[in-house]
Design a protein around this ligand. Structure first.
Ligand code: GAP
Length: 575
């Protein structure tokens, strides 16, 4: 990790922000190389998860008002376990202390009391000053950043802890754009914020990060994913059953078999695991250091009914890079209940159905004098109750809640009846399937898995074997020497390649070997060199980063050739 983090800082991939003022933990800058790499990863994600799937993208604000997070459950349930050192005052994530110092892998799934006991039983100490932490309170700490919207403290707001809520809250409008028909998917790439107790491992656990999330809205009864498109894809699965077994093992299987054998319960989750597997391979994640791990019972987020994480191995640790969650109707039901908007959709029946419907027709000449100003609310509450639980009207009296008070009404005054009616459809709350990707973690994985050292002409070289699609610079263009017109020609070639959409960089400083090393170290897959021979016959040498092989090609062929090499349509070895 140290080597990579050092390279990232030195070559402009990422580094801690505000270092001029001492830096602040959990906030990072993506430098010139890193910002380009991040953008290429986002574009690749957009292509695979959005464009190829026929979904649409939105961009919502990062600050949202408090009621959104009351409804979503984040105000109450989006907590991590905090333990504070009584000596130095440093805050620590209690579950991480346990995972780092015992054999327990998923302490996040444990209750506060269990974590407290484990700290005492294992005699865990403060990692900063070595003071014993036994007996210190372990408490829930809410991870959201709070702010005031506008002057004064009238309207509290929060920086969104996931981009997803920006999509769910807009569902009433988004469903109209989808012409009120399911399934449809909405994606978003944007910032999310979490006030992590102890940010760590460079950009892997930070307080501000980019998520790429897809919320796929489906009718759980009628919509099915195109599973046949991914059924043959091979995956490594670590199911909850295997994790709980004494000697749990990985399951090497295909998506189709995993569904048939019930290892992955949801076809939709299985579908997106297949899509994900294809994508991680495409962007250069090392498949020998990759697995899908199912969440354990106590580990799932409050909104999730099944969840699988894509995990990559980094320095011997498994790091979650994506969560694939079946969120069911949790979020839309919550927003439907807490807001005044309609988060349901109308499901048309193939044939109209005759159904029984319970209604009320309250006697307002009774409710008015008896309950005064509350009468209208009581009438509405009676209708809601009739739809939800008609047995409540079985007795002589029925009790409803209106405006926080209870009211008892004689059933004969409610006008309750059950009638047969013909209905053409019904309102349903869509279910949501969500792949949620942390772009920073994917970026770190891609760099880590691409980081290699080898020996060239007796010298150690550091190389980032990045996929050409992702490399911040596609081609380095050099003159053998900046004289006799070679410099001008190389500058012209670089400018021409840029007009064809390539990230091309010109370099004439130092000897040619040193220039190659500089490009190898930032993952540039191809380098072009103008030499004396080329000045004569309009050719250049084209060098490939990983093999260091060189071929001579015509300058006029470069744009098409590089496009084919970058897309993978042509292999360098075939030139
Ligand atoms: N909408 C679902 C959701 O937010 P999550 O598992 O909490 O699910 C999704 O987050 C992804 O976001 C993770 O798989 C991870 O890649 C990334 N992520 C979460 N917290 C992060 C943090 N503090 N720093 C960097 N990336 C983070």
């Amino acid at each position: 990790m140290t080597d990579l983090v050092e390279l990232a800082k030195r070559r402009g991939f990422f580094f801690q922000s505000s270092e001029a003022y001492g830096g602040v933990s959990g906030f990072y800058v993506y430098g010139p190389q890193g910002a380009a790499l991040k953008r290429n990863i986002e574009d690749s994600w957009r292509d695979r998860f959005q464009v190829q799937e026929g979904h649409r993208e939105i961009e919502a604000p990062t600050i949202m008002p408090e009621p959104v997070f009351e409804a979503s459950g984040h105000l109450d349930g989006f907590d991590d376990m905090l333990v504070e050192c009584p000596e130095c005052g440093e805050s620590h994530r209690a579950d991480h202390l346990i995972e780092d110092n015992t054999d327990i892998e998923d302490a996040e799934a444990l209750a506060l009391e269990e974590v407290s006991e484990l700290i005492a039983d294992n005699d865990l100490h403060c990692p900063t000053c070595d003071t014993p932490l036994a007996g210190e309170p372990v408490e829930d700490f809410n991870l959201m950043f709070e702010t005031d919207i506008g002057p004064g403290s009238g309207q509290p707001g929060y920086l969104r802890p996931e981009t997803a809520q920006g999509i769910f809250v807009e569902f009433p409008r988004l469903k109209e754009y989808a012409r009120n028909s399911l399934p449809f998917g909405i994606s978003q790439i944007g910032k999310a914020y979490r006030n992590e107790i102890s940010p760590r491992k460079s950009i892997i656990r930070v307080r501000e990060f980019t998520q790429a999330e897809l919320e796929h809205f489906i009718d759980p009864e009628t919509d099915e994913p195109p599973l046949h498109l991914v059924e043959d894809i091979e995956v490594t699965l670590y199911s909850a059953v295997e994790q709980n077994a004494d000697e749990g093992e990985y399951i090497y299987t295909t998506i189709g078999e995993a569904v048939d054998e019930g290892i992955i319960a949801s076809d939709w989750i299985a579908y997106y695991l297949g899509v994900g597997q294809e994508w991680y391979e495409r962007i250069g994640v090392d498949m020998d250091r990759f697995r899908f791990r199912q969440h354990l019972e106590g580990e799932r987020a409050h909104y999730s009914s099944d969840c699988w994480d894509a995990e990559a191995e980094i320095d011997g640790d498994w790091v979650e890079i994506t969560g694939y969650s079946y969120r069911s109707d949790y979020d839309l039901t919550k927003h439907d209940t807490y807001s005044d908007e309609d988060f349901t959709l109308f499901r048309q029946y193939d044939e109209p159905k005759v159904v029984e419907r319970a209604t009320v027709d309250p006697d307002m000449s009774y409710l008015g004098p008896e309950f005064g100003g509350a009468a209208a609310d009581i009438a509405e509450a009676l209708q809601t109750l009739a739809e939800r639980d008609r047995t409540a009207f079985d007795g002589d009296e029925v009790t409803v809640e209106a405006d926080g008070d209870s009211y008892t009404v004689p059933v004969e005054k409610t006008g309750f009846s059950v009638d047969e009616v013909k209905e053409s459809g019904e309102h349903i709350t869509p279910h949501v399937v969500e792949p949620s990707i942390g772009i920073g973690r994917v970026l770190y994985t891609v760099l880590d898995h691409a980081y290699e050292t080898d020996e060239i002409e007796g010298e150690t070289r550091t190389r980032l074997a990045l996929e050409p699609e992702l490399a911040p610079t596609t081609v380095g263009v050099f003159p053998l020497m900046d004289k006799d017109g070679m410099g001008e020609q190389a500058r012209e070639i670089a400018a021409e390649l840029r007009t064809h959409g390539f990230d091309a960089t010109y370099d004439d400083s130092g000897n040619i070997g040193r220039r190659y090393r500089r490009q190898d170290e930032v993952g540039t897959p191809f380098c072009v060199t103008v030499d004396y021979e080329g000045l004569e016959d309009g050719t250049v040498t084209l060098r490939e980063r990983d093999s260091t092989e060189q071929v001579r090609v015509a300058v006029s062929d470069l744009p098409d050739l590089l496009a084919e090499l970058r897309s993978g349509d042509r292999a360098f070895s075939d030139l």
